[in-house]
Design a protein around this ligand. Structure first.
Ligand code: CTP
Length: 432
């Protein structure tokens, strides 16, 4: 199919960006910009009150499309039906308490809510409001209704709100909202209308990301070059599928994933404590972090100086194997996933190493990827073979970390479904 605007033979993904009337509407300008810059065809549908914060010329100039708020403008076009039917994704950022209430009750008193009723594609709400409004039982009920209906409603970030106060209710960073939109679109590929259901709704997923550091003194450490990108992509994909996601981030220099709760830490011991605490309520734990296997026996309180004398060899002690501990403490029905970044070696096959590691760790799945040659750490693409405890081997060809994340989650969802069988007695985590 040819896209008229770009002349490209690939149809650009169509996003309806709904903007409700909250102060965070100014951040939606950046969401729009990020999406158009990555080739998305974005139609902005502000509510009348959103236009009090950011005017129509801004939305139309940056989207390259005319903008309307009511169904009476260009009535012959029947805009709400066309917008809803043609969209691959409807993203509402910010979603105010009022917009959530109108969407939950199926009102259609403006172009945005009418579009929501005609849309058959994935719908994502990014709420932003004061903490009291977010926590009010009326808003909680509206959010629950929308989630039960198959929409993704992400949890707002915690931080500075409009005034001097802070708490839950802040719109996540625009770049992260745009990345989440791409993760939703990545799952469906072409033909997203009636897109795939959020199959992780109601599931709590804990994902470790990054790499732990073991300090020799306050400024020096033993560490690794894991960026946390793959772990973050998994978190984004899980949010896109409706999951309730906690990221345990070891030295990740990237912003928090929109909709996830992020716990930031440094050492293996801290990661171990955080992962175990979160795993106690989790349906799925994915250990994507590169965990340091050893730590120095002692950590100097002050910076080690050259003048302290000739260096002593660094004495190391083994760290606990967190994944193996999780396997030993597994909740009924919990799915555990490990990652293994391997380089192989002369006469040593990466997959043989993976099979041996899966048997040693006892997880349900082990995602084996070869690192080096532009693959693995600090890059946006990856390839992997996912080994299953059931003997399965799933090849994932070199692809974006977003798509790889969805392929891994496809396998997780299959295993959750098996365990949910009639006699499985699975306790499904409850959403915060
Ligand atoms: N892992 C862990 N705790 C450790 C080491 C690793 O939980 N102390 C987890 C990682 O998060 C990953 C999996 O185990 O999911 C495999 O990690 P890897 O470093 O490849 O395995 P190791 O057991 O450390 O084996 P080796 O480094 O010798 O290859």
């Amino acid at each position: 199919m040819t896209d008229a605007a770009s002349g490209s033979t690939v149809r650009r993904p169509r996003v309806v960006l709904g903007v409700a009337g909250g102060i965070a509407a100014y951040k939606a300008v950046e969401v729009l910009r990020q999406l158009t810059e990555t080739g998305h065809d974005v139609r902005v549908v502000p509510t009348a009150s959103a236009l009090r914060f950011v005017g129509e010329p801004t939305w139309s100039a940056l989207s390259g499309h005319p903008v309307a708020t009511d169904v009476w403008t260009d009535a012959a076009e029947v805009a709400h039906v066309r917008l809803g039917r043609e969209a691959d994704l409807v993203l509402i950022a910010p979603a105010t308490a009022d917009l959530l209430a109108r969407a939950a009750t199926g009102r259609s008193d403006d172009l945005l809510t009418a579009t929501l009723l005609t849309a058959r594609c994935p719908v994502v709400f990014a709420p932003a409001m004061h903490t009291e409004m977010w926590e009010h039982p009326a808003t909680r009920a509206n959010v629950a209704t929308l989630r039960a209906r198959g929409c993704v409603v992400i949890d707002p970030a915690v931080g500075r709100l409009t005034g001097a106060d802070s708490g839950a209710g802040r719109l996540p960073e625009p770049a992260e909202i745009a990345s989440l939109a791409r993760a939703v679109l990545a799952r469906g590929g072409d033909g997203l209308a009636a897109g795939p259901a959020p199959d992780l709704a109601g599931r709590r997923i804990v994902i470790s990301a990054g790499g732990t550091r073991e300090h020799l003194d306050p400024v020096r450490f033993l560490g690794n070059s894991s960026s946390g990108r793959q772990g973050q992509a998994l978190a984004r994909a899980a949010i896109a599928r409706g999951g309730d996601v906690v990221v345990v981030a070891a030295n990740v220099a990237l912003p928090d994933v929109a909709g996830a709760r992020t716990v930031r830490l440094v050492s293996t011991e801290q990661l171990r404590a955080a992962v175990h605490a979160e795993a106690a309520q989790a349906d799925v734990v994915i250990m994507a972090a590169a965990v340091a296997d050893f730590r120095p026996v002692a950590r100097a309180t002050y910076k080690i100086k050259k003048t302290d004398g000739d260096p002593e060899p660094v004495a190391l002690v083994r760290n606990p194997d967190v994944l193996a501990e999780l396997v030993a403490a597994r909740r009924p029905g919990q799915v555990l996933v490990g990652f293994a970044a391997e380089t192989g070696g002369p006469g040593v096959d990466v997959l043989d190493l993976g099979r041996e590691k899966l048997a040693r760790k006892g997880s349900d799945l082990l995602v084996v990827n070869q690192v080096g040659d532009g693959l693995g750490f600090e890059v946006d693409h990856n390839a992997a073979v996912v080994l299953g405890a059931d003997g399965s081997e799933t090849m994932i060809e070199r692809t974006s970390k977003d798509l790889l994340a969805h392929r891994v989650l496809d396998l997780v969802v299959t295993r959750l479904a098996v365990r949910d069988g009639p006699d499985a007695g699975v306790a499904v985590g409850t959403r915060r």
